[in-house]
Design a protein around this ligand. Sequence first.
Ligand code: AMP
Length: 418
Amino acid sequence: MIKSVAGTRDILPADIAKWKHLQSIVDSVFGNFNYKEIRTPIFEETALFARSIGEATDIVSKEMYTFLDRSGESLTLRPEMTAGVVRAFIEYSLDKKQNLNKLYYIGPMFRQERPQAGRFRQFYQFGAEALGGNDPLLDAEMITMAYDILAQLGLKKLWVKINSLGVPSSREKYKNILRQYLQPYFEKLTAESKKRFDTNILRLFDSKEETDLMIMENAPLLIEYLDDESLEHFEKVKQALLAAGVPFEVNSKLVRGLDYYTNTTFEIVSGSVGSQSALCGGGRYNGLVKELGGNDIPGVGFAAGIERILLACENEKSFALEDEKLDLFIVSIEKGLENFAYRTAIQFRRKGLSVDLDYLSRSVKAQMREANRINAKYVLLIGGEEFEKGEIVLKNMINGEQKNFAKDDLEKIFLSIR
Ligand code: AMP
């Protein structure tokens, strides 16, 4: 038997209601903040991700699903959405149509990571990007939207961590200071950190290895070397979060792996999902649009992982959904009425009721059992003496009441059910 690929998951019908519930909250929160949905292709030219995410990141250096198509072009399944959204933004000159574009998305992403709880190779994200504004309110808006979505899902154990990476010029100065601090300890760093020392030194703060952690414990922090403008920007983000009632903590070691971030970075972590605890992350990326060949346009965004969020919801029992109900199940009492039953079902379905009937030639008892199993609100009994008299029987499955109707009076039956 062929099985699903490691790290991919099926979302079976029993789980779909949760996904739809989350999607409806995502659509409604983004809608309330006036963000418009954008859908971009699942694969793009490999160069797009290499350039936007950065060659030195884990995503680009070891996790992308990259392949040559039949014409020899190198394509990659999207590992995240920002690159595709910014590409579309530039390609369709969205900045010419309006100064500020507030966009959101939801869909599958692909990374060849080691599968484990909360880490998949195909996983779903929702997220948002605001392109065209450098207002700190937009940074705060991203954090607020992410927080509100998680809060509306009923999640309680949430920690919002924020930091500022400043502008590239002050960051470059700081990187030299960090390099100087680390020089004497270089030989003690883990192999991975030694590599990052040259390629992506800020990411040494992400290491989980004890030896690295001890060395980084006393490292100088970027926040202490920020220029005034960046500090003011950060201050305004914090004030806006306070105004929005979003609890947060400043974590000066929160650096995130992507090269194009400027100023604000943030992460929301859950206390309910074990070691892969980041539910979402994002930040400002004022350099990205230009880097990808567009105008010098600032941007800010975030992405959130749906599987992890739903896992947190499950562990916190943060919401309960009502069992799905069917409006009507049609029970045929005897053979030969299939056409009448089918036509009746179709008529009610076309009027907007959810209706099902027996397709397996089951006994009346088995059909009633089926009606109960699928939570039918009403059962329409067709056949027997009543049918000979020109009547059919509608049974209310909640209170057991039965009522007879003329068999062609579907409008009256419809009104009783609706
Ligand atoms: P990133 O795009 O790496 O900043 O990730 C944003 C969010 O996506 C994370 O906080 C996770 O919730 C989720 N995520 C990232 N990678 C994976 C993965 N391999 N499996 C499941 N969720 C993921």
